[in-house]
Design a protein around this ligand. Structure first.
Ligand SMILES: Nc1ncnc2c1ncn2[C@@H]1O[C@H](COP(=O)(O)OP(=O)(O)O)[C@@H](O)[C@H]1O
Ligand SMILES: [Mg+2]
Length: 233
């Protein structure tokens, strides 16, 4: 627990990761310790190439570190096999990336329903949740649109709704505004902050936009593969 009595949702210790490249091993993460607490709105910042995406992928169970331990919602995730991990992610972690990764042949509401159906909810329940979320992200009048019929900002808001449909404990967003212009980027970050407050959803997001990062309550600064500083605003 933290000083305010919030539960620790994510506890990462000693996370290291290197990649093999033609020029030899590239040490990207060199022992990262990070705790994310229930209700946090936390931004990971650092120069391009510093390892933000690598870290977020590992913390969300999309990639494995070379060493270290990760406890997510009280479960040690690195001991799970790929199938168990996929199931765990579907239930407990929502992802938003720079690209929306919406399925082009499906409407906005169908895209948002998908993870809920995969989790075993009925069509009625999945569509109830999807409608509610699309309303919360301001897209009640775009539910039947396909991704191609939506603006970049709208596509990202659908992706946010999809990430939240299974009410995950943690949402990991890697440069969610990276493809948006400044105005739409700000709008998206405002939406994430609103959802953090209204739903109590915990967000861990990477951004290279310092203004947007400063609007988050906590800011983790990465440098040379380590946590340089954690700023609490
Ligand atoms: N699969 C990979 N193989 C080799 N190098 C990689 C791989 N993924 C990332 N890298 C390198 O690791 C470093 C960190 O990348 P990344 O985590 O994407 O940084 P950021 O998200 O902070 O821009 C970069 O130098 C990148 O080129
Ligand atoms: Mg990145």
């Amino acid at each position: 627990m933290d000083s305010a009595g919030n539960n620790c949702l994510l506890d990462a210790r000693g996370i290291s990761r290197e990649f093999q490249t033609s020029e030899g091993p590239l040490e990207v993460l060199r022992g990262i310790d990070l705790q994310v607490y229930q209700g946090d709105m936390m931004a990971v910042v650092g120069e391009s190439g510093v390892g933000k995406s690598t870290l977020l992928h590992i913390l969300g169970g999309l990639d494995r570190p070379d060493s270290g331990e990760i406890t997510l919602m009280g479960e040690s995730i690195l001991e799970r096999n790929e199938a168990e991990l996929a199931l765990f992610r579907n239930r407990h972690v929502g992802f938003v990336f720079q690209h929306h990764y919406l399925l082009e042949d499906f409407t906005a509401i169908e895209n948002v329903m998908m993870p809920s159906l995969i989790a075993g909810h009925s069509v009625t329940e999945a569509s109830r949740r999807a409608e509610q979320l699309l309303a919360e992200v301001g897209l009640s009048d775009r539910m039947k649109h396909r991704p191609r019929q939506l603006s970049g900002g709208e596509q990202q808001r659908v992706a946010v709704a999809r990430a939240l449909v299974n009410e995950p404990g943690l949402v990991i967003a890697d440069e969610p505004s990276g493809n948006l212009d400044l105005k739409n980027g700000e709008k998206l970050h405002k939406l994430l902050s609103q959802l953090n407050i209204s739903r109590g959803t915990t967000f861990l997001l990477a951004t290279h936009n310092l203004d947007l990062a400063r609007s988050c309550r906590k800011m983790v600064m990465l440098e040379y593969g380590r946590v340089k500083e954690i700023v609490v605003n």
